[in-house]
Design a protein around this ligand. Structure first.
Ligand code: PGA
Length: 360
């Protein structure tokens, strides 16, 4: 599929397959295509296709594309058995915020999946009934041979499903308390933090890790820090998504903004040979000064060499020359006339003489 093809990039810093798309629409289409292909392979084998599904804002485009594939391209969901990751507890299925309702409105009501093949954790159980129910939820997945493809979003704290920071790698399906950060993120939907549930039922990390294929999607700059931690950081229960580094068939599917803190995007010269454009040189030299907490003019040849910028030094060095060039460029961005200065000699300064009167 598309998703596999685009992972040929040389990545020394990433510990899990990661692919970056132009935008979330393109990314969602590629994920939908992989799901459609899998459903069809299973159809041809007369097998059910076991999908693990997620809620939240992230998979909305994916579900829209799956609905389109059904309506316009005849993709059938008759052989699909779905297991949703989680549900708030307590939660009535017809409540505006229930994941039952979310899934019906965004996917299930618009495709031909059989109602008896839909599984979403039940938010209406008594507390005493939950642990038996969770055992049965897992047993049902096991009886079907496990999840073929698991879709995940990621929380700002690295949660997958509602497996918050601290969740163990072998954690089971269970009742969990929601992190403050998760509740804040959801509070808009619930009309305030006070009305936001404190607990939820979530598929455990273990069943997620047992899925034959895992695709984690993330969009937007707000996810860029946790994506870097999950993809490049050490595996830790503080960032449950980092467990996916230990899965043999997991891929992170990102838009550009979510990928922006990855080493290959933010400091590509540390990953592969780059063409040193003026813009990239300025970004790299500034970054070097900030990292070493040194003034630009104090950067040495050794600083460049030891921080992955030796080819730049070989091309345009010594450091002294590069430093002065960047220093002058930066100096020339400082002006007391950000809106432009009438009749100024603007050949060396950023004050623009024309047009003279501007509103900013
Ligand atoms: P989001 O939530 O898709 O709304 O960003 C993802 C998550 O919290 O897992």
């Amino acid at each position: 599929s598309n998703i596999d093809k685009a992972t040929g990039f040389e990545k020394r810093f990433e510990n899990v397959g990661t692919i970056v798309f132009e935008n979330s629409t393109e990314a969602s289409k590629a994920v939908a295509q992989e799901i459609a292909d899998l459903i069809k392979v299973k159809q041809s084998q007369k097998q059910p296709c076991i999908l693990g599904l997620a809620t939240g804002s992230t998979p909305k485009g994916l579900y829209a594309e799956l609905v389109r594939l059904h309506k316009e391209e005849g993709l059938s969901f008759k052989n699909v058995v779905s297991f949703n990751l989680d549900e708030y507890y307590p939660m009535e299925p017809d409540s505006i915020n229930s994941y039952v309702r979310f899934m019906k409105e965004l996917l299930f009501d618009h495709v031909d999946i059989l109602p008896e093949n839909i599984n979403i954790p039940d938010g209406t159980l008594t507390k005493e009934a939950i642990s038996d129910y969770c055992r049965q939820y897992e047993a049902k997945i096991e009886a079907l041979g496990g999840i073929d493809l698991q879709i995940l979003g990621i929380g700002g704290n690295g949660h997958i499903g509602f497996n918050e920071s601290g969740s163990l790698k072998n954690s089971k399906t269970r009742l969990v308390a929601l992190d403050h950060i998760t509740r804040v993120a959801a509070s808009g939907d619930f009309g305030g933090l006070q009305k936001t549930p404190r607990t939820a039922i979530t598929l455990g990390v273990k069943k997620i890790m047992e899925a034959k294929r895992v695709i984690l999607m993330a969009w937007g700059e707000g996810k860029s820090s946790i994506i870097k931690a999950s993809v490049e950081g050490t595996v830790t229960n503080q960032v449950p998504a980092s467990y996916l580094q230990e899965h043999n068939n997991a891929t992170f599917v990102l838009d550009q903004a979510a990928s922006s803190k990855l080493t290959r995007i933010n400091t590509p010269w540390l990953v592969e040979k780059v063409t040193w454009t003026d813009k990239l040189i300025r970004k790299a030299v500034l970054g070097l000064a900030l990292k070493l907490k040194k003034p630009i003019l104090m950067l040495t040849d050794a600083d460049y060499i030891e921080n992955g910028m030796s080819d730049l030094l070989a091309d345009s060095g010594p450091a002294y020359d590069i430093n002065i060039k960047i220093f002058n460029k930066l100096q020339n961005t400082i002006t007391g006339w950000p809106g432009g200065k009438p009749n100024a000699d603007d050949s060396k300064r950023p004050e623009r003489a024309e047009p003279a009167k501007k509103r900013v």
